[in-house]
Design a protein around this ligand. Structure first.
Ligand SMILES: Nc1ncnc2c1ncn2[C@@H]1O[C@H](COP(=O)(O)OP(=O)(O)O)[C@@H](O)[C@H]1O
Ligand SMILES: [Mg+2]
Length: 492
């Protein structure tokens, strides 16, 4: 199961999801932390500045109304009138976020505070100095009691000028507890949710992958049943047009090809046995008859002559089969040289002239001008043309005419052998190049149906195309078209 595609897909998927979710969580967490911190800072600043402004305004008004700085005011009399009220107003409103406020004097002594003196975070020296210079400052201050969030404070301190050159420092502060609490909650939730989501989607992914791959499992089951005796079995392609469907179709097509070649192999063996059996039976019969009683030398000679003919026939079949097998196995070494087609055809025509005369068939040879010479093996091509011409003469009636033409088909050298014989039925035409195929097997022709098969093997070994056209009653035509010659530089 750990080796299955299903498992691997799920694993990759879950891993990707885990990484993405984790990154996403970190991003959310960081941006929340940042905005909470900013919010708190803003809140503290607004409160402290508000109190500082109100304080300054009040003390200023007081001075103008009184007209002079009284001794009491200089000591902070007016300040003490207003400070507790201000602090109360700015901290006790239940509609506003809870913030603590303190007002200190220039030395950092607490003058007023929103809550008891206990536990307030004292301002660092540097902030005090800054405040006296007129600058506000933020601080994160730890009070006694350790690292717990409720003991860590964020503070903002801003100066307010009092009467007679006095300086007050307004400090707003708040424990970071709320911020930390919200962040901790988020952290816990994410730590629990991310693995859960990954597990959950992983399980679902596994399930869906199984559904998606079910056709593959079905195919595997069928494939297991296919053997050489069982090649007609086919996969049931899944519905839909997906990759699996394509695979099933391709596999079925391959099975069809295999089955075809398997069947034709079987038929071929049957044909070979059949073709060899006939002459062997004749041979055996003749030998048995010869041995029955003593015969004259003349009689023996006649029997041996007949034996020789049957043996020659068998030897021709075996020779042809060997040739075909060697072409199949690419064992035939072809010589490659420019071939003078008209000259080669002339030789074939010559060797058939005896048979042509006997059958009352005339052979005519014609060649166009400036036909390029194909490259090839002279003796093999001679055999190809001989087979074509032999058929043409053999299957022509007396008085018929056979024509061999050399011409150029779109710049490619070509040879056409046509006759005025009986032609080939349309049903036979696709099969005549097959081994042992004879259109009319009852016709006691001299061949075995291997001639065209050999011709085709020779043509293909030369990269040439061979095709047959025929209309029954109108004669047949066989055309060989050679490839356009690629003029290679001669080997050094
Ligand atoms: N020129 C032709 N005219 C009519 N039929 C032909 C011709 N050439 C071939 N055929 C048909 O094709 C079959 C196969 O030819 P071939 O392989 O040469 O076998 P064979 O000549 O031994 O019969 C022949 O048996 C014949 O029926
Ligand atoms: Mg033949």
């Amino acid at each position: 199961m750990f080796n299955s595609v299903r498992f691997r897909i799920t694993l990759w998927y879950a891993a990707t999801l885990a990484v993405t979710l984790t990154l996403f969580s970190i991003l959310v967490y960081n941006s929340l932390e940042k905005s909470l911190d900013e919010n708190l800072d803003q809140l503290l600043a607004v409160r402290a500045e508000g109190v500082a402004d109100a304080l300054e305004t009040y003390l200023e008004t007081e001075r103008i109304e009184v007209g002079r700085v009284s001794a009491a005011a200089a000591k902070g009399g007016a300040f003490y009138k207003i400070a507790p009220e201000l602090v109360r107003l700015h901290t006790e409103d239940p509609n506003q976020a809870a913030v603590e406020l303190r007002i200190l004097d220039a030395s950092g002594m607490e003058l007023e505070s929103s809550r008891g003196a206990s536990g307030a975070p004292d301002l660092p020296e540097r902030t005090l100095r800054d405040a006296l210079k007129g600058n506000a400052a933020y601080d994160t201050i730890k009070i006694e009691g350790g690292d717990r969030a409720e003991n860590i404070y964020r503070s903002y301190a801003t100066p307010a000028s009092g009467t007679g050159g006095a300086v007050y420092i307004v400090q707003a502060y708040r424990s970071t507890y709320h911020t930390q609490f919200a962040l901790r909650n988020l952290r816990n939730m994410m730590a629990a949710l991310v693995p859960l989501i990954v597990l959950f989607t992983g399980a679902f992914g596994m399930f869906f992958a199984r559904v998606a791959l079910r056709p593959v499992a079905n195919m595997a089951r069928t494939i297991r049943q296919i053997t050489a005796r069982n090649l007609s079995l086919r996969l049931t392609p899944p519905r839909g047009r997906d990759e699996i469907r394509e695979l099933a179709d391709l596999f079925n097509a391959m099975l069809t090809r295999l089955e075809d070649s398997f069947l034709s192999e079987r038929r071929f063996i049957q044909d070979v046995s059949h073709e060899l059996k006939t002459p062997l039976t004749i041979l055996k019969g003749e030998l048995e008859v010869a041995l029955k009683k003593a015969r004259s030398a003349g009689e023996y000679a006649a029997i041996l002559q007949s034996n020789l003919e049957e043996t020659e026939k068998m030897s021709r079949i075996v020779g042809d089969l060997l040739t075909l097998a060697r072409f199949d196995n690419r064992e035939v070494k072809l010589e490659r040289a420019p071939v003078n087609l008209p000259a080669l055809l002339e030789i074939s025509v010559q060797s058939l002239s005896g048979m042509a005369q006997k059958n009352g068939v005339t052979i005519r040879l014609s060649a166009g001008a400036d036909i390029p010479e194909p490259e090839g093996d002279q003796s093999q091509l001679g055999r190809l043309f001989l087979n074509l011409l032999d058929n043409a003469v053999k299957y022509s009636a007396s008085g018929g005419e056979v024509r061999a033409e050399v011409f150029s088909a779109a710049g490619r050298p070509a040879v056409k052998v046509s006759d005025t014989g009986a032609g080939i039925a349309a049903a036979d035409l696709p099969h005549i190049f097959k081994r042992f195929y004879r259109a009319d097997s009852s016709r006691s022709s001299s061949g075995f149906g291997l001639g065209l098969a050999i011709a085709k093997s020779i043509a293909e070994a030369h990269g040439a195309e061979i095709k047959a056209e025929s209309r029954p009653g109108d004669g047949s035509a066989f055309t060989v078209v050679f490839p356009a010659r690629i003029t290679k530089p001669r080997d050094a």
